[in-house]
Design a protein around this ligand. Structure first.
Ligand code: UDP
Ligand code: MG
Length: 320
């Protein structure tokens, strides 16, 4: 075997949505890391343009023209962060595959540490946020959410971990087999098992622009995380139902005793109490219908088997 075939390749998958001002700085930060500490490895950088409406694609074309390691998958429209990562993973050819954001919140300078752990035999290396410079609202809601998720989830999903991670080829090959439509990749990776470890880092603010995770998208991701990794919400109905039955039994008993003792329905307007309580339980039923609907919607999506994303153009990549 020649020396060059011994070299291992690291794939770096980078989703980008309206990141025109971050693409070049990202590449400038990454290139010296690849040329320096990671010089022993070949690299490919797969940018996934998630339907950007600014100059992101133009910037990516510039890069791809002068750096053959840069490959581009460009979606026909915005399909979302998780779909973008998925597309990059589907085409990644490396022995180790890193996913990271293009806004420099996931610092390329951390890569050597991730790769080092991998080279030592760890199959999944998570970059864990030891601090966040996000605003208080995001910090607190994220913290509450992850507490809840770890509590109810059937899988051990590590906390303070986003989508900045390195996975070994064998992990990726298995991850690709998970075809679910509503994707919560950090949960899916955790579900797979394998040896994992962490590298801690302080998450800086994004370099340019605003977050593309408004509350709506955050809630969707949060729902995917919860509903895809536990059936607990479906089971709440049992407890509320049980409580409701017991309560109505108590009322019935009360009415019977009251009638026997006083020979008539008493002055207190029991029906008012009952109406209010019934109203509460009717509301609860709608909540559980909604939870059912959420799961059924997911089943529908998976049964329909629509592709997760649509590629409009690819650059520097072989035909699939
Ligand atoms: N992103 C994407 N599609 C989207 C939203 C975001 O590809 O619909 C990319 C974005 O360009 C960035 C990464 O996903 O590289 C994380 O997004 P963002 O920085 O907005 O999220 P935050 O870091 O605020 O959680
Ligand atoms: Mg960001």
């Amino acid at each position: 075997m020649s020396a060059s075939t011994m070299r291992k390749t690291i794939s770096i998958v980078v989703p980008a949505y309206n990141e025109q001002d971050n693409i070049l700085p990202f590449h400038e930060a990454l290139a010296p890391v690849l040329a320096g500490p990671l010089a022993a490895y070949d690299a490919e950088i797969i940018f996934v343009n998630d339907g950007s409406r600014d100059l992101t694609m133009a910037r990516l074309r510039e890069l791809a023209a002068r750096d053959p390691r840069v490959k581009i998958i460009s979606f026909s429209r915005n399909f979302g962060h998780q779909a973008a990562i998925t597309a990059g993973l589907d085409r990644a050819a490396g022995d180790a595959i890193v996913t990271m954001d293009s806004d420099l919140q996931d610092p390329p300078a951390l890569l050597p540490q991730l790769v080092e752990k991998w080279a030592a035999g760890t199959q999944i290396v998570y970059a864990r946020r030891s601090g966040r410079s996000d605003n208080a609202f995001k910090r607190i809601t994220a913290d509450l959410y992850y507490r809840l998720l770890t509590r109810v989830s059937d899988v051990d999903i590590p906390r303070q971990v986003g989508d900045f991670r390195l996975v070994d080829r064998v992990v990726l090959d298995n991850l690709i087999r998970l075809g679910e439509h509503a994707r919560y990749l950090r949960g899916m990776v955790a579900w797979l098992g394998f040896r994992h470890d962490f590298v801690d880092f302080e998450r800086p603010n994004r370099l340019h622009g605003e977050t593309h995770y408004p509350l709506r998208k955050m809630l969707k991701l949060a729902m995917d995380g919860l509903l895809n990794f536990t059936f607990m919400p479906l089971k709440i109905g049992f407890w509320v139902g049980l409580f409701s039955i017991l309560l109505s039994g108590a009322f019935l008993l009360y009415m019977i005793l009251d009638t026997l003792i006083h020979q008539q329905m008493n002055y207190y307007p029991l029906f008012k109490w009952l109406t209010v309580i019934l109203l509460g339980f009717v509301g609860a039923q709608f909540i559980f219908l909604w939870i059912l609907g959420e799961y059924i919607g997911r089943i529908y999506n998976d049964v329909r088997k629509r592709p997760l994303y649509v590629v409009g153009e690819e650059i520097n990549l072989p035909r699939p």
